[in-house]
Design a protein. Structure first.
Length: 216
């Protein structure tokens, strides 16, 4: 590597050190992080001997790879806006909890898992889904004889597994757009793996229910 390359890498390292410090100590978020990366990119461009025109063209070229992903995410978010604004989310959750309550005691935890799995399509945010569903699922677990830790395990498995296939997951769609992989091709490839993970999750939930996974 040339001295220019080494200097640019040092700037990149300093960038990440400032990023960690800013997020932890100064409460930085998207705007500050984006500004930091933009500034470090300009500095590295100058160190590399690029003209402002070349830097601007390089930025536009890189941003162009993200445009399709950003548009797909925007369209996917409209589903969430319609469901939330229309007051449909609470209704869906109410009837889903009612169905879980009707299941035999041996498979209540599996019912919770399936509910969380499909609710992740509507609420792809893990923290948002927890805030929405756990105040209902925790007391429901107490009534049905399911430990609360089993209910939390059902939430974690349901929230995590479906992130790899639901189109409302912004990270998934952005990643596929950048990699140049169509969503249809991705689903065909990952669906068998998803079924395997669902089967494993059900086995673990049956074990958790049988041993009264706790201590809570």
């Amino acid at each position: 590597m040339s001295k220019r390359h080494c200097a640019a890498l040092i700037i990149l390292l300093v960038n990440f050190i400032l990023l960690v410090y800013g997020v932890i100590k100064l409460g930085w978020y998207i705007s500050e992080i984006g500004g930091l990366f933009l500034l470090s990119g300009i500095i590295m461009g100058l160190i590399g001997g690029l003209t402002p025109s070349k830097m601007a063209n390089g930025f536009i070229s890189g941003a162009g790879d993200m445009v399709s992903g950003a548009l797909i995410i925007g369209v996917a978010q409209t589903i969430l806006v319609i469901i939330t604004s229309g007051g449909l989310l609470d209704t869906i959750l109410y009837y889903a909890a009612g169905l879980v309550e009707q299941l035999p005691p041996a498979i209540n935890a599996i019912g919770m898992f399936i509910v969380q799995l499909f609710l992740n399509f509507i609420v792809p945010s893990g923290s948002g889904q927890a805030a929405l569903t756990m105040p209902i699922m925790a007391p429901l677990a107490d009534i049905m004889g399911v430990t609360r830790q089993t209910a939390v395990l059902a939430f974690q498995l349901g929230d995590g597994i479906s992130n790899m296939i639901f189109p409302t997951s912004g990270v998934l769609l952005a990643g596929l757009a950048v990699a140049g992989i169509s969503f249809t091709k991705w689903v065909k490839w990952v669906f068998p793996y998803l079924l395997i993970q669902v089967a494993i999750a059900i086995i673990f939930l049956i074990i958790a229910q049988s041993i009264q996974y706790g201590p809570f």
